[in-house]
Design a protein. Structure first.
Ligand code: FEO
Length: 169
């Protein structure tokens, strides 16, 4: 049985995931302002993924007879000095989300809430992927520095990204 405390934290997580979508849309807007259409697409797709993360938790809370309660969203950072700073901020944000998922897992383990432990396992794996994606793009951007040709090649590559709902476990 899920405790009130765990339901509250799961609700908070729905909001954090929705905020992630909001933040990535702000990053998409920044990229669009720099005429980087592929990077814009990258963050729009990232925002879709975050909405998926939120809705998976939304459905889980309902399925477990909890009540979803949404909160307001903070204003995201809209301006960035460079595209590299965008990815550094995104990476820091993902590390924060990972710490939240671990925190939720710790509570679920304390409560021996096995269904929730199992559900959260999907998010733990997803976070490994998310952190790795951002960290590898940061390395690429650091390597190319001011080479605009390579930046536009990367932009072209990101234009191909599309949202595919991850397989359910
Ligand atoms: Fe839903 Fe990118 O963490």
């Amino acid at each position: 049985m899920i405790s009130q405390k765990l339901f509250e934290e799961l609700n908070k997580q729905i909001n954090y995931e929705l905020y992630s979508a909001h933040l990535y849309l702000a990053m998409a807007a920044y990229c669009a302002s720099q005429d980087l259409d592929g990077f814009t697409n990258f963050f729009k797709v990232q925002a879709e993924e975050e909405k998926f993360h939120a809705m998976k938790l939304f459905d889980y809370v309902n399925e477990m007879d909890g009540t979803v309660k949404l909160d307001g969203l903070d204003i995201p950072q809209n301006e960035y000095p460079t595209i590299l700073d965008v990815f550094k901020s995104a990476y820091e944000h993902e590390k924060f989300v990972t710490s939240r998922i671990y925190f939720l897992s710790d509570i679920a383990m304390e409560e021996r809430e096995h269904a929730t432990i199992s559900m959260l396992k999907w998010y733990i794996d997803e976070q490994v992927e998310e952190e790795s994606t951002f960290s590898s793009i940061i390395k690429k951007l650091e390597r190319i520095k001011d080479d605009s040709n390579v930046l536009y090649m990367l932009d072209k590559e990101f234009a191909q990204r599309s949202f595919t709902p991850p397989n359910e476990v």
